[in-house]
Design a protein. Structure first.
Length: 282
């Protein structure tokens, strides 16, 4: 019993306890600092990537080697890599997103059995309808008035602006956080933007060069800024990724399939295989 009242014993154990608390506090602060630094680095990189994606639209027209028939092998390669990202990385995430939405009470689409995939189908259908409308416009351009022609242009550019706004937003909010996920997303979207930019320049020519590319570039940065200022639920995030996946598939395939493109199958396949392998190994 005497040891219980030994001042040296109390001091020694008190000092040990203080040391333990001190070391624990230091460790907590180190972990917190690491998380803050990692978050800051991710935010900074996402801003850099948003600027680089905007530059794809602003500078894409200067890459004259892409304007070739047969289709440039680089565009076919980029299209293959973009599609690989959807099938290897995005669709598995949609499967997880499906479970997330099913577990979300009161979600607007909760009554649908496969709503995430239906949203992906919706994204594909929306952009297919948009392309069909633009093709009709090009076939009957000489019959349409200037006002209607401008309306078609703004409908097309406006739709892709929302598309770019979504991509800019998803630079901040992704279903799988982290630097590696951000890098893979950026590479896939940069390659995809080369494909989109080429198609839009071909459709609208001078109007796209004067106005359209600036609107699309600005939409990416606006999307990033909105993502920085707001946050949405995992269920809503899954829906956004689903819509994006459907849009990517349609926008790549509609550029590769037309006969007049004389697309490079082997370049497309190589892009798909290499990027799929990179995603699997990553």
């Amino acid at each position: 019993m005497a040891r219980l009242y030994n001042p040296c014993f109390q001091t020694r154990h008190g000092a040990s306890l203080q040391s333990l608390l001190f070391l624990s506090t230091i460790r907590v602060f180190a972990i917190a600092q690491s998380l803050v630094l990692n978050s800051s680095l991710t935010t900074l990189l996402s801003l850099i990537f948003a600027i680089l994606l905007a530059l794809v639209h602003l500078l894409g027209g200067k890459m004259r080697f892409l304007d070739a028939i047969p289709r440039s092998q680089w565009l076919s390669f980029a299209g293959g890599a973009s599609v690989a990202y959807v099938f290897v990385h995005l669709l598995p995430e949609l499967n997880q997103g499906q479970r997330t939405i099913e577990q979300t009470e009161g979600f607007a689409l909760a009554f649908l059995e496969s709503h995430v995939y239906l949203v992906a189908l919706l994204g594909l259908t929306v952009f297919y309808g948009l392309e069909h409308l633009v093709k009709l416009y090009r076939q009957n351009q000489h019959k349409l008035g200037n006002l209607l022609s401008q309306g078609i242009f703004w409908l097309h550019i406006g739709s892709f602006s929302l598309y770019n706004l979504l991509i800019g937003y998803l630079l901040i909010h992704r279903e799988e956080p982290g630097l590696e996920s951000l890098l893979f997303f950026f590479i896939a979207m940069a390659l995809h933007f080369f494909v989109n930019d080429y198609g839009l320049r071909e459709h609208h020519q001078d109007a796209y060069h004067r106005i359209g590319r600036w609107v699309l570039a600005g939409a990416i940065l606006c999307g990033w800024a909105i993502g920085q200022a707001t946050e949405i639920s995992q269920a809503a995030l899954a829906v956004l990724f689903a819509f994006l996946g459907g849009g990517i598939i349609l926008n790549v395939i509609k550029e590769e399939l037309p006969e007049e493109r004389q697309s490079r199958f082997w370049a497309f396949a190589l892009g798909a295989i290499l990027y799929a392998g990179l995603l699997i190994l990553g």
